[in-house]
Design a protein around this ligand. Structure first.
Ligand SMILES: [Zn+2]
Length: 282
């Protein structure tokens, strides 16, 4: 065995380059070439060549996103993520090579900026809120410019499990294990709810409504109405709006519902609470 071959062979197994020989190629001139594989630090796969840490740019980017973009998610933040995903929040996956992990986005109209600040605090991003002017398009029905107020997190591996549960083919669904606990339900109501005031003439009583138009009736029945009734004793029903399913809290659960979610945490949405459940001014 020629000396140079012993040397490279030993180097390959010394661990320094994490290589293993892949194959030898016998060249017609008698030269025997050994092709080595390096082992990727991220995916563990072998690749041709040596001295690099990752098999390609994709693995090196993934590795960077996972080690640097950490989001601390405690129980409260978890409930806020779940409750806002049930209403207005989105998780988006960026360009497949550059932003592998999802980021969380949340926005409201400018007049509800207090609520955006409230949600952003759970992520420590209350100073990262941006205000955006949305110019109306010629095709818009309402020809006015609006301002909204939004924030987004970094793309983080810590959000991966939420994306897996809440999205199928980029469409938001309600996960089977969704728990409409008080904090979740509060954010669902803050974001997507309104209080139907009732109508004295037609003897209809007031009830809270969730504008759940984007979800399917089946998801809403199995992952919202059923657990709400079975686990928390709050009764809800469908309220169809332009062929889309919305949810109304039943009359018998009216007080239970507002006792369950507690007082409104932000002044901009006080109007969604009935008077007797509104916070008394201090
Ligand atoms: Zn790799």
């Amino acid at each position: 065995m020629p000396l140079f071959f012993v040397y490279t062979y030993n180097l390959a197994y010394s661990g320094k380059y994490k290589m293993k020989p892949r194959k030898t190629i016998d060249h017609p001139n008698g030269y025997v070439q050994t092709v080595y594989y390096g082992k990727c630090d991220y995916c563990g796969g072998y690749y041709e060549g040596a001295g690099e840490k990752f098999c390609g740019n994709s693995c090196s980017v993934r590795n960077r996103y996972e080690t640097t973009n950490k989001i601390e998610i405690d129980k409260n933040t978890h409930d806020v993520i779940e409750g806002t995903l049930f209403s207005d929040a989105h998780l988006e996956l960026g360009n497949k090579n550059r932003n592998i992990n999802p980021r969380y986005r949340f926005k409201q109209a400018e007049k509800s900026k207090e609520y955006v600040e409230y949600v952003a605090k759970y992520f420590g991003l209350e100073n990262k809120i941006v205000h955006m002017l949305n110019k109306h398009k010629p095709t818009d029905l309402v020809k006015i410019d609006t301002i909204d107020c939004r924030f987004k997190t970094c793309s983080s591996k810590d959000l991966q499990k939420y994306h897996q549960r809440w999205y199928i083919n980029k469409i938001k669904i309600i996960p089977e294990d969704f728990d409409p606990n008080p904090e979740c339900l509060l954010h669902g109501y803050l974001g997507d709810g309104y209080l139907y005031k009732g109508n004295m003439k037609t003897y209809t009583y007031p009830y809270p409504v969730f504008c759940t138009d984007s979800f399917t009736a089946e998801d809403l029945q199995n992952s919202f109405i059923d657990p709400l009734e079975n686990n928390y004793g709050i009764y809800a029903r469908f309220l169809w709006y332009k062929g889309r399913p919305r949810i109304a809290i039943r009359r018998k659960s009216f007080d239970d519902f507002f006792n369950f979610i507690g007082p409104c945490p932000v002044s901009c949405f006080q109007y969604k609470w009935p008077e007797k459940f509104q916070k008394q001014p201090a």
